[in-house]
Design a protein. Structure first.
Length: 324
């Protein structure tokens, strides 16, 4: 089964990216799995601070590798090193009705989330067309997505159908593989996100992780040690359910009965989180002294990706009747 997925190099990756995507991607690693660093997509929101995109590309590849993606089993590539993405996106933009993009529910959500940036641009509105090109170029059978990405995938399927109907059948309609990861909370209890500054990064040292855990917000209603807690609203408890599975029910019971303090609760959670994150951190540290090798992995992966992408693009151009 051919799989395509990717992330934008707008920052280093964090625990939310790891639990929400990377851990899942590893299950699909085969020679038919393509994992992209989506730098064109990064530009749709970061065009005014573009200098950091290039730096973040290598950081994100190191995060992919440290998290356990294996470039010998799957293909890790850079979107802009495969120019076919931009070319197919242009072609698909000719057949995509504006109304399909304007009704995209994540467009308005993103505008709200990315306040302070002028996103009234052609590129930002057309983001799902570029995403459709990413998927269709590889004739992906499936795309691992979170629920919030489902409308984009549906749009890609609609664009493929329209193309196949207008010209001839060239593109596959990729299915969604829905990842059932709940929203990963950040250290302040909101969704873990770079834009909120509440992340635990894969590149954080064990000391930094401990410090961040000890600064996490807890149940806001629990002001004193003797106040009974509500673990279901506490981000520390969420991580107990992930990393301290065997004892999380005890944690919840003791919290509700005010039989445990938040400081000891955080220390216990940190002690379970550390063995999970430490090997990733150590692999990443080792990769930092091998940046040339990391770049080579990306160049080699992009060469492999281009081979597949160029065949699909040639077929699409032939179907449309463009070129000579
Ligand atoms: S005791 Fe633990 S679960 Fe309960 S509020 Fe404090 S940190 Fe959260």
């Amino acid at each position: 089964m051919r799989i395509l997925s990717g992330m934008r190099p707008t920052s280093r990756l964090h625990l939310g990216n790891l639990l929400g995507a990377l851990e899942n991607w590893k299950k699909f690693e085969t020679k038919d799995a393509f994992f992209m660093i989506a730098d064109w997509h990064a530009l749709t929101t970061e065009y005014a601070s573009h200098t950091s995109i290039k730096e973040n590309v290598v950081e994100v590849v190191m995060d992919y590798l440290a998290a356990g993606l294996d470039p010998d089993r799957s293909t890790i590539f850079l979107q802009s090193l495969v120019p076919e993405h931009a070319e197919l996106a242009l072609m698909l933009s000719m057949i995509t009705p504006l109304s399909w993009l304007e009704r995209n529910p994540t467009y308005k959500d993103q505008l709200r989330e990315q306040q302070g940036k002028d996103l009234a641009t052609h590129g930002f509105l057309g983001y799902p067309v570029l995403q459709a090109a990413d998927i269709l170029l590889y004739q992906a059978d499936a795309v691992p997505v979170g629920e919030d990405q489902l409308p984009h995938l549906e749009l890609a399927r609609e664009i493929a159908r329209r193309f196949n109907h207008l010209y001839r059948k060239v593109f596959k309609e990729a299915e969604a593989i829905l990842t059932k990861t709940p929203k990963i909370p950040g250290t302040d209890g909101r969704k873990m996100s770079k834009s909120y500054g509440n992340t635990i990064d894969l590149s954080d040292s064990p000391e930094t992780v401990d410090k961040k855990v000890m600064q996490m917000v807890t149940d806001p209603a629990r002001k004193r040690r003797e106040d009974k807690g509500h673990p279901e609203v506490c981000p520390v408890y969420f991580f107990h359910t992930v990393f301290n599975k065997e004892h999380h029910e005890t944690v919840a019971k003791e919290c509700r009965a005010a039989e445990r303090g938040c400081v000891e609760c955080k220390q216990e959670m940190a002690s379970h989180l550390a063995p999970f994150l430490k090997p990733i951190y150590e692999r990443r540290r080792a990769l930092e002294s091998e940046r040339n090798r990391v770049q080579e992995i990306l160049i080699e992966g992009s060469r492999k990706a281009k081979k597949v992408a160029s065949e699909t693009l040639a077929e699409a151009k032939d179907a449309v009747g463009i070129g000579i």
